[in-house]
Design a protein around this ligand. Structure first.
Ligand code: MTE
Length: 327
């Protein structure tokens, strides 16, 4: 059965808020899917799925991480933690498709024997096994607000470790000023027509200034909701930079390089006028095509019915990070 529902404009903030290129690619995919009569649910219709059926599927390929202490300094936010049933089936992971409903496609991400290569301007270049990372860096839980540039938000209980622990381990040289993070990419593994979004500048790459990476808020997540990361969230290790828009948090990291100059990044290369390198959450600086003053809190029902909240400067983390940006 062909199951493609085109949401009306009032139901789909995603259309207002996604880069034109990505949106056009998405439109192309939709057209070809309709032409081919492919049976697929391609748009994020939250609240229309049977939640009890999908819950166990959403955490497929994950294992519990028992007894991880919650860091009391990162335990309080001004709103409830988003239910996993919403957070884990409303994702951006363009390697697996141009919609929010990629969680099934993302299951083809091969996470066995995962390695992360660290190089560039460091005294101790090395390659870590993911198991080694989990053992070497003490894991903790942190509850963070998460604000996407598309003006939706969540509250997420991540498990992982501060990025500064990795900096201490590899010892960057004094020449290192920036850091480049590269996501896994293999065009053979994305799944089917339209999903390659082939004209995009793969692999997905993000970057930080080294002082930003060293800030206590900057986090590598290896888990979420008490378990290892589901693939759709960027298993087995991803970045979480809570004071920046969500696109700065590259998923499924395979390489980290310390550099003496600012690296080119995925969205900044694609649409430089819309997605800056710094990308700090800033309610007073609108995106060229929409306001950033408020955000919709991901929840049940159609997206446009989600609660709207004011957006906070630095996503509420200004007291910890604003000094990084004083000139
Ligand atoms: N990382 C990769 N490799 N590919 C992506 O498409 N999307 C980014 C970011 N990291 C993306 C990525 C964007 S736009 C957002 S908002 C967050 O991942 C979404 O994270 P989540 O799906 O875990 O909520």
């Amino acid at each position: 059965m062909v199951l493609i529902r085109i949401l009306k404009s009032w139901e789909l903030p995603e259309r207002e808020v996604t880069s034109e290129t990505a949106f056009l690619n998405r439109r192309r995919f939709l057209k070809s899917a309709i032409a081919a009569g492919i049976g697929a649910t391609v748009l994020p219709i939250l609240g229309c799925q049977n939640q009890s059926q999908t819950k166990s599927e959403l955490i497929k390929n994950t294992v519990p991480l028992p007894d991880i202490p919650r860091n009391p300094n990162f335990a309080q936010v001004d709103r409830p933690v988003t239910k996993q049933i919403f957070a884990s089936r409303y994702n951006n992971f363009y390697e697996f498709g141009g919609t929010k409903s990629i969680w099934r496609n993302a299951q083809s991400l091969p996470t066995e024997n995962w390695k992360v290569e660290i190089g560039g301007l460091v005294k101790n270049p090395r390659t870590y096994d993911i198991d080694e990372i989990q053992k070497k860096f003490p894991l903790e839980e942190r509850i963070y607000r998460f604000r996407c540039v598309e003006a939706w938000s969540m509250v997420v209980p991540w498990i992982g470790f501060p990025m500064k622990r990795l900096i201490e381990d590899v010892e960057p040289t004094s020449a290192a000023k920036f850091v480049r993070f590269t996501s896994f990419y293999d065009p053979q593994i994305t799944t089917g027509p339209g999903f390659h979004l082939g004209s995009l500048p793969w692999p997905y790459v993000e970057g930080l200034r080294i002082e930003e990476m060293a800030n206590d808020q900057a986090f590598f997540a290896t888990g979420i909701y008490g378990r290892t990361l589901p693939k759709q969230h960027g298993a087995p290790i991803r970045m979480v930079i809570p004071w920046k828009y969500g696109f700065k948090g590259a998923k499924s990291i395979v390489k980290i390089e310390f550099l003496d100059r600012q690296p080119a990044t995925f969205w900044n290369t694609l649409v430089p006028k819309e997605y800056g390198f710094e990308a700090n959450v800033n309610p007073t600086k609108p995106h060229p095509r929409w306001s950033q003053a408020t955000e919709r809190v991901v929840g049940d029902g159609p997206a446009m019915s989600w609660e709207r909240k004011p957006t906070l400067p630095y996503n509420g983390y200004g007291e910890y990070v604003a000094q990084l940006y004083q000139t």
